[in-house]
Design a protein around this ligand. Structure first.
Ligand SMILES: [Zn+2]
Length: 264
């Protein structure tokens, strides 16, 4: 197909070799770490990470320097929180730029050691664009027992999360720890990390934090319901199927859909 370009005077003309070289130079410039780190997109994502960090701290989902947040920046980079900082106190200069191997390319601080967990998820599931890891007390109580809360009790929870996975215990920060989530990351956006906390992935940092809120509140509400001393009323299977049909339409992950589609 013949290629054309528009000249500054508005005339359509053939694309020249110089045009192609200029385009190539522009593309390689766009992909340099420095340009990526200083882009308007990176600036907005850093602000979102800072805001979500404060929300996690205010809701008591992170303690001490615990928890971490990351987000994809284009195809090659990840912005992530640094190690040894409270998520209440983040500033733009604290946010690290990493490649997909965990090498820090920009930022004043050392990255979180748990970035390996985030990178495993990004590589395994292209739909994961942002990740929040934290230690909310009610969800982490389930992680201490190595069990997920039962499903079929709250319609909104079913829609946004559904069955949560439980990854086996490994020493945090290690490659073995990061890989514990691999069997679950395709069909679960929320994973309990045994004897540790939880990790949620979504399309944005804000949405990943919403999953954390939804999961923690669900765990808390379930534990309160247990104290009432009455049997739990479960949502009928036919109504759960309506929710699953909606999730399929929206492209939301759910291990029950994977089973129905014969993928597990
Ligand atoms: Zn942790």
């Amino acid at each position: 197909m013949e290629q054309t370009a528009v000249s500054p005077t508005g005339q359509v003309r053939e694309v020249t070799q110089a045009d192609r070289e200029a385009l190539r130079a522009q593309r390689s410039e766009e992909s340099s770490p420095l340009v990526a780190a200083n882009s308007i997109e990176a600036e907005a994502l850093r602000e979102e990470i800072i805001l979500v960090g404060r929300k996690l701290w205010e809701r008591q989902y992170v303690d001490g320097n615990g928890g971490n947040i990351s987000v994809r920046l284009g195809a090659k980079y990840v912005l992530c929180t640094p190690t040894m900082i409270s998520k209440r106190d983040l500033e733009p200069a604290d946010i690290c730029l990493s490649d997909l191997e965990g090498n820090i390319l920009a930022g004043d601080r050392l990255r979180t050691s748990e970035l390996l967990l985030h990178l495993v998820i990004y590589k395994a599931n292209r739909r994961a664009r942002a990740i929040v890891h934290c230690h909310p007390p009610h969800a982490t109580a389930f992680a201490m027992t190595g069990t997920a809360p039962p499903i079929g009790l709250i319609s909104e929870y079913e829609t946004s999360i559904g069955p949560a996975a439980v990854a086996p215990y490994e020493t945090p920060g290690t490659k073995a720890f990061a890989e514990t989530v691999l069997p679950f990351v395709e069909d679960h956006n929320t994973i309990l990390l045994s004897n540790h906390g939880i990790v949620c992935w979504s399309d944005t940092v804000t949405h990943a934090e919403w999953l954390v809120e939804t999961f923690e509140t669900y765990c808390k509400t379930y534990l309160i319901a247990q104290q009432i001393g009455k049997p739990l009323n479960f949502i009928p299977a036919s109504k759960i199927n309506e929710i699953l049909a909606l999730k399929r339409r929206l492209g939301y992950p759910d291990a029950r859909l994977a089973r129905l589609e014969g993928r597990d």
